[in-house]
Design a protein around this ligand. Structure first.
Ligand code: NDP
Ligand code: MG
Length: 334
């Protein structure tokens, strides 16, 4: 079934008039939502902890940040733009008790609503508006007169009126200029987790590392391995982005195209597809969510040590040196 897509003309911004919107968290998504909503004429307050960098950033953007609890208490629409793994505990400790019937509880990723770490009180519908892009793009596209496509979904307690508020919100952050797609909290949560684990982050990083390691172990220069297995990924992905796999195959050499058809399926084998199904099953059953929340609650030591180990992989070391030579790249270092 094809998705239902909405644009600015379908959204009624009046639904946000006389509503105070609390943006809780001023990170990647928070800073973009808060500023785009304000520029679209909405009344926005920001919740941020005093000791974190976000507090000062929100102040420098002309907001008067207050505690998460105070912002939630003052607002009609409360958007949780905090780290997913912290949302459930912060919600229980500071937020649930100050929500009242008629409020709308929002998020940009359904993780906590779907897996039950955040449960709205009676009379408080839940609503998801998820831009399909990082916060800096949500902001820069809006300023450039465009927008990032958004997903809108209402939770179990939500209804058509809540969906209409979601359309207005998505339009106010710029999504209606690009397209707003109706989904469900379950679909957004499960597909988002699957995409990032199997393809975008997990799958692609593992593919790049394996390709790089194979060449380096075979005695080729790491610089060559970096260009072939990491740098050129962007050139290929840009072609996908513009015209799909067909356009990529039209642009590359016949030799590359023949290699694609005859070798690709030897990398992504039946076994890989079976593993993808297992990963999806772990997501759907809540097993992944439990594992991640438990990891975070127990201090995140395993996560931290994985982070450190990954930062020193050979492809990262050579990449740092090579990117410095490519002056056109807006180089970022973590
Ligand atoms: P970030 O990590 O960029 O920002 C998190 C914010 O939460 C920061 O402002 C941080 O403030 C604040 N925060 C963290 N811990 C606490 C705390 N204990 N008390 C008060 N404030 C705290 O998160 P994102 O913007 O990436 O993610 C927010 C939501 O948006 C998530 O649900 C995510 O899944 C979703 N999302 C993210 C996308 C992305 O591309 N980043 C895309 C679509 C959805 P401080 O500076 O004080 O640490
Ligand atoms: Mg995603």
């Amino acid at each position: 079934m094809a998705a239902e897509i909405f644009y600015d003309a379908d959204a009624d911004l009046k639904l946000l008039e006389n509503k105070k919107i609390a943006i809780l968290g001023y990170g990647s998504q928070g800073h973009a939502h808060a500023q785009n909503l304000r520029d679209s004429g909405c009344e926005v307050i920001v919740g941020a902890r005093g000791e974190g960098p976000s507090y000062e950033l929100a102040k420098s953007h002309g907001f008067s940040p207050m505690s998460l609890q105070q912002a939630a208490e003052e607002a009609d629409i409360i958007n949780l733009l905090l780290p997913d793994e912290r949302q459930g505990d912060l919600y229980e400790q500071e937020l649930r008790q100050v929500l009242s019937p008629g409020n709308i509880l929002m998020c940009s990723h359904g993780f906590n609503l779907h897996f039950g770490y955040v449960a709205a009180p009676d009379g408080v519908p839940t609503l998801l508006v998820a831009p399909k892009g990082p916060g800096h793009l949500v902001r820069s596209e809006y300023l450039a007169g465009g927008g990032v496509p958004c997903l809108v979904a209402v939770g179990d307690t939500g209804d058509e009126a809540t969906f209409q508020v979601g359309l207005a919100y998505a339009s106010a952050i710029g999504g209606g200029r690009a397209g707003i797609i109706r989904t469900t909290i379950a679909e957004e949560t499960e597909t988002d987790l699957f995409g990032e684990q199997a393809v975008l982050c997990g799958g692609l990083s593992a593919l790049i590392k394996a390709g790089f390691d194979t060449l380096v172990e075979a005695g080729y220069q790491p610089e060559m391995a970096y260009f072939e297995c990491m740098h050129e990924v962007k050139l290929i992905v840009d072609l996908f982005y513009q015209g799909g796999l067909n356009y990529m195959r039209y642009s590359i050499s016949n030799t590359a195209e023949y290699g694609d058809y005859t070798r690709g399926e030897r990398i992504i084998t039946e076994e890989t597809r079976a593993e993808m199904k297992k990963i999806l099953a772990e997501i759907k059953s809540g097993q992944f969510a439990r594992e991640w929340i438990d990891e975070s609650r127990s201090g995140g030591d395993r996560f931290d040590s994985q982070r450190i180990a990954e930062r020193t992989h050979g492809v990262e070391q050579i990449g740092k040196e090579l990117r410095r030579l490519m002056s056109w790249i807006d180089e970022k270092e973590v």
